[in-house]
Unconditional design. Structure first.
Length: 220
């Protein structure tokens, strides 16, 4: 299980704060979440599995990944992202950064917020090894069937960000909303990285209950 550091708000790139929360939650790896104005401190030596940034901020993500020794970028797409332009951008990025794994998050809206165009994107980039980072709560918010979605995209999945949603609000700790965690765990299986990935929280230590909910549901 990965801890996505966005729960720490402005301290999301503060190595000391990240290490303290990892110890408190008994987790051993992180997905660094690069909020726009967060200052990076003491990242060297963090057990960072990757860095999550918007695609348009990939340059910053690469810099942070190098500082932390991470080998993966988890890239979110804007609502305006279109298939052809995004393919070209990712192809160029992949060619310029050998050894860095690129994965794309489920978009919140726009032309690529559907299984078919996303699958076409991954198929076009198959030679570059670009993968898919699943966000089940986002798929549910889009009103889409998770089985149909993963039938089309499951072969590209390399990881997943797990948060919860209620009344259309995403980013909640798992177990506090509408997402069927047990069904989600069964659909994903045990073959991918799982990140506990919530919006900023006033008391990140409360994520202990969310971790318990994920493990009861069958997440590794």
């Amino acid at each position: 299980m990965l801890l996505a550091t966005g729960c720490l708000a402005d301290r999301c790139l503060d190595g000391a704060a990240v290490r303290a929360l990892l110890e408190e939650l008994h987790l051993d790896r992180v997905l660094l979440v690069a909020h726009e104005h967060a200052e990076a401190r003491e990242l060297k030596g963090l057990p960072a599995a990757g860095v999550r940034v918007p695609l348009d901020a990939a340059a910053r993500g690469i810099q942070l990944a190098r500082s932390a020794g991470a080998t993966r970028l988890v890239l979110s797409l804007s609502d305006q992202a279109e298939l052809d332009a995004t393919c070209r951008q990712l192809f160029a990025l992949s060619r310029s950064q050998p050894g860095l794994e690129l994965t794309l998050l489920t978009p919140a809206a726009g032309p690529l917020a559907a299984a078919e165009p996303l699958a076409l994107l991954f198929e076009d980039l198959a030679g570059q090894g670009v993968g898919y980072w699943h966000r089940p709560a986002q798929v549910q918010a889009l009103g889409l069937d998770p089985v149909d979605w993963l039938d089309r995209l499951g072969r590209f999945v390399q990881g997943a960000s797990i948060d919860d949603l209620a009344a259309g609000e995403l980013g909640l700790p798992p177990g506090l909303g509408e997402l069927d965690l047990a069904r989600t765990a069964a659909l994903l299986g045990r073959r991918v990285d799982i990140a506990l990935d919530t919006d900023p929280l006033p008391e990140p230590a409360l994520l202990g209950a969310a971790l318990a909910s994920l493990r009861v549901a069958g997440f590794p």
